[in-house]
Design a protein around this ligand. Structure first.
Ligand code: ZN
Ligand code: ZN
Length: 283
């Protein structure tokens, strides 16, 4: 059977610093990433069967290789009897996304009930008691946002360490603060971006896992990367010392490259960065 994907490309599953990410990412073709630990889907350039169950979707921008699944996902959830999904989209793209959904509902003569959330940098949403989503600035040719998932913990105030539990409970009952909030940035995702994103969102350097596009890797494509506001591998080399991440998952490689060309190019990254990088490519 003919594959819809270029040779050597298609479904990918990686584990990066303990976080499982599965999906597809090919520039201009489609991107979606399932992150089971967060019960969240990043992008839906398409809505295959196994992403339909995801009720939280974070879309970075309106290019259709990231968003074409919007109405399809909603329609399939409805057919499957699932409750409407919550879909985060950049605030500037929310009105058009709503129009598209409304038109699809009229075409199908049904209601999807999708909860579209207009996402602006700085917004924070509690996904679970222990998990927070923060919207980061993006940098691309259309309105774009990034997303940061952080584990939230309440830790005992340092001055109360060693205090008997009963006393802590009494202090709490009196309305005294006994804990402080600790945020552990687990996963940052940029969507499509130019290298300007590093200045706009320095949080990217501190997430345990950075999921970031690297559409272009070969020297002859530097100007192409600039023109289309994408990352070139050179942009990462230039900042090699700044990535404090445990793992960096590179995605959205151009269809022009074969997987072996991509791996060879990544092999030339500076030491220290090279060891952290995981290409989002099939094995
Ligand atoms: Zn894209
Ligand atoms: Zn794009």
């Amino acid at each position: 059977m003919a594959s819809d994907y270029p040779p050597g490309r298609g479904r990918v599953s990686v584990e990066a610093a303990g976080i499982e990410i599965e999906g597809v990412s090919i520039a201009g073709h489609e991107s979606f990433y399932k992150v089971p630990a967060f019960r969240t889907l990043l992008e839906f350039g398409r809505a295959p069967e196994d992403v339909v169950g995801y009720a939280n979707v974070c879309v970075t921008h309106g290019h259709l290789d990231h968003m074409a699944g919007l109405a399809h996902h909603a329609s399939r959830r409805r057919l499957g009897g699932l409750p409407p999904a919550r879909v985060f989209v950049p605030a500037e793209a929310a009105a058009d996304a709503a129009i598209w959904l409304a038109a699809s509902e009229r075409l199908e003569n049904v209601g999807y009930g999708v909860e579209l959330v207009a996402a602006s940098p700085g917004d924070r949403v509690r996904l679970r008691n222990d998990l927070e989503l923060r919207v980061l600035p993006g940098r691309h040719r259309v309105p774009t946002v990034g997303y940061l998932f952080s584990e939230v913990r309440l830790k005992l105030l340092p001055e109360l360490e060693g205090t008997p539990g009963l006393e802590i409970a009494e202090r709490r009952a009196r309305g005294e603060a006994v804990t402080r909030r600790e945020e552990i940035p687990l996963l940052a995702y940029t969507g499509d971006c130019s290298s300007d994103v590093f200045d706009a969102a320095p949080e990217l350097f501190d997430a345990r896992v950075l999921l970031i596009e690297c559409s272009f890797v070969l020297p002859e494509d530097v100007s192409r990367a600039r023109e289309y506001a994408h990352i070139h591998l050179d942009d990462l080399s230039a900042r090699a010392g700044e990535f404090r991440n445990e793992a960096i998952v590179l995605t959205h490689f151009s269809q022009r490259y074969r997987p072996d060309e991509i791996r060879a190019a990544l092999g030339k990254l500076p030491e220290g960065l090279r060891e952290k990088v995981i290409p989002f490519l099939p094995d």
